[in-house]
Design a protein around this ligand. Structure first.
Ligand code: NAP
Ligand code: MG
Length: 402
C-alpha cells in the first residue's frame, strides 16, 4: 500500500514527559507507516524552550498562522519545583497562554464518548462542547483591599481628557473591590469563532451570561453575539439546519443537565474555566477530552486537554510499566490531519483520520483499554493493556479496516 501524500506541512509542536513519549510512539506506530508525513517540527519541550529562551514557542505560533493547522503535545508550565529540575534561567510562561495570545483564539473542548464509560449524567449520549472565551474578566483584574471609611469610585478618563465617574461603594467598614474589563473586538472574535465552529461541526450554539444582573457588562456580550449572528451567520445557520440561542446562565445550567448533549455551550472566561472541568469529570475521564484552539481568521491548533501526566512519566523513567491513555493525543492528530485534508482537498487524508478515530473507539469498545478506563468501564470483557500495547492494538484494528 502506498503512503498518503500531503500538500502543506502540519505544524507539529512536541512537548514534555509522558505525552512526549506517547507522541513519538503515535507517530511511529500509527502515522508514518500510513502517511508520508509533512510537518514543520517545533520542539516545545521545556529543555528546548530554555535553550531558545522560549523563542521556539513564538516561532511555532507564527508558523501556525502561516500554515493554518497545528497539532500540539502537552507541555510543562513551569512552577517553582521545575526551576531546579530543568535548570531554568526563567519561569517560562505557559506555552498555551503564549500561543492563545498570538492566535487570539477560542478554545473548544469536547469529550470522546465510548460504550462502557457512562457519563455521570446518563442522558448525555452526545458530547457537550464547551467554548471558553479566553480573554479578560477576572483573569485580567485589578483588585484592592479597602479600609473602612473609604469611598471607592469607578473612574474613566477618555481620550479627550474628560472623565466619567460612578460610585462603587461607600465603605463603612473594611472590604474589597475589583475592576474587570473586556474588549468589544475580543468578544466579537469569540462570537465568530463559536459560530464558525458550529458550522464546521453542524451543532447548535448556546450562549449564556448573567445579563439580568450585569446590565451593561454581560449585556454587551449578549448584544455583540446577537448582532454578529444576525448580520453574518443567520442565513448560513438556516442552511446548515442549526440554531443559535441565548439564555441566562442559570437557565443554561438547568437545560444542560436535562439535555442529551450535541451542542456547543459558549461560556464567558470564568464560566468556561469552571464548567469545562465539571463537564470533563461528568463524562468520565480527563484523558478522553479533546481541545482545539480556533482563531477568528480560521487557524486551528489541536491538542489533548490533559497535561503531561508527570506521575506516569516518573514511573516510566524508573523502567516501570505505564498504562497511559493516548486517546486525546491521538484525536489531536486525527483532528489536525482531517482539517489539513479538508483545507488541501485531500479526501484520502480525511478518510484516514476518520478510520483511525473509528479504530480507536472500536478497540476500546472491543474491551482493550488503558488503566484509567479499565477502572470505570462497565464492559464484561475488558482487558487492561500498557501504553504501547494500546497503540499496537489500535493499529491491529486499523489494519483490518484499511
Ligand atoms: P495531568 O498531566 O493532566 O495529570 C493529572 C492526573 O490525571 C494524572 O496523574 C493521571 O492520574 C490523570 N491523567 C491525566 N491524563 C491522563 C492520561 N492521558 N492517561 C491516564 N491518566 C491521565 O496534570 P498534572 O499532573 O497536574 O500536570 C502535569 C504537567 O502538565 C504540569 O507541568 C502542567 O503544567 C502540565 N499541563 C499542561 C497542559 C497542556 O499543555 N495543555 C494542561 C494541563 C497541565 P493518575 O496519576 O491517578 O493515574
Ligand atoms: Mg479550570
Amino acid at each position: 500500500m502506498s503512503k498518503i501524500q500531503m500538500k502543506t506541512p502540519l505544524v507539529e509542536m512536541d512537548g514534555d514527559e509522558m505525552t512526549r513519549v506517547i507522541w513519538q510512539q503515535i507517530k511511529d506506530i500509527l502515522i508514518t507507516p500510513y502517511i508520508d508525513l509533512k510537518s514543520e517540527y517545533y520542539d516545545l519541550g521545556l529543555e528546548n524552550r530554555e535553550k531558545t529562551k522560549d523563542q521556539v514557542t513564538f516561532d511555532s505560533a507564527e508558523a501556525t498562522k502561516k500554515y493554518g493547522v497545528a497539532v500540539k503535545c502537552a507541555t510543562i508550565t513551569p512552577n517553582a519545583a521545575r526551576m531546579p529540575e530543568y535548570n531554568l534561567s526563567e519561569m517560562w510562561k505557559s506555552p498555551n497562554g503564549t500561543i492563545r495570545a498570538i492566535l487570539d483564539g477560542t478554545v473548544f473542548r469536547a469529550p470522546i464518548l465510548v460504550k462502557g464509560v457512562t457519563p455521570y449524567i446518563p442522558t448525555w449520549t452526545k458530547p457537550i462542547t464547551i467554548a471558553r472565551h479566553a480573554y479578560g474578566d477576572v483573569y485580567k483584574n485589578t483588585e484592592m483591599r479597602v479600609e473602612g471609611g473609604s469611598k471607592a469610585e469607578l473612574l474613566v478618563t477618555k481620550a479627550d481628557g474628560t472623565t466619567e465617574k460612578s460610585l462603587i461603594h461607600q465603605f463603612e467598614t473594611d472590604g474589597i473591590i475589583q475592576g474587570l474589563h473586556n474588549i468589544d473586538k475580543s468578544i466579537g472574535s469569540f462570537a465568530r469563532a463559536c459560530f464558525n465552529y458550529a458550522l464546521d461541526t453542524k451543532q447548535d450554539v448556546w450562549f449564556s451570561s448573567k445579563d439580568t444582573i450585569s446590565k451593561k457588562y454581560d449585556h454587551r456580550f449578549k448584544d455583540i453575539f446577537a448582532e454578529i449572528f444576525e448580520n453574518e451567520y443567520k442565513e448560513k445557520f438556516e442552511k446548515a439546519g442549526i440554531e443559535y440561542f441565548y439564555t441566562l446562565i442559570d437557565d443554561a445550567v438547568a437545560r444542560v443537565i436535562r439535555s442529551n448533549g450535541g451542542y456547543i455551550w459558549a461560556c464567558k472566561n470564568y464560566d468556561g474555566d469552571v464548567m469545562s472541568d465539571m463537564i470533563a469529570t461528568a463524562y468520565g475521564s480527563l484523558a478522553m477530552m479533546t481541545s482545539v484552539l480556533v482563531s477568528p481568521d480560521g487557524v486551528y491548533e489541536y491538542e489533548a486537554a490533559h497535561g503531561t501526566v508527570q506521575r506516569h512519566y516518573y514511573k516510566y523513567l524508573k523502567g516501570e510499566e505505564t498504562s497511559t491513555n493516548s486517546v486525546a493525543t491521538l484525536f489531536a492528530w486525527t483532528g489536525a490531519l482531517r482539517k489539513r485534508g479538508e483545507l488541501d482537498e485531500l479526501p484520502e487524508l480525511m478518510s484516514f483520520a476518520d478510520k483511525l478515530e473509528k479504530a480507536i473507539i472500536d478497540t476500546i469498545e472491543g474491551g482493550v483499554m488503558t488503566g484509567d478506563l479499565y477502572l470505570i468501564s462497565t464492559l464484561d470483557n475488558k482487558k487492561k493493556v500498557n501504553t504501547t500495547e494500546f497503540l499496537e492494538a489500535v493499529n491491529e484494528t486499523l489494519k483490518k479496516m484499511l
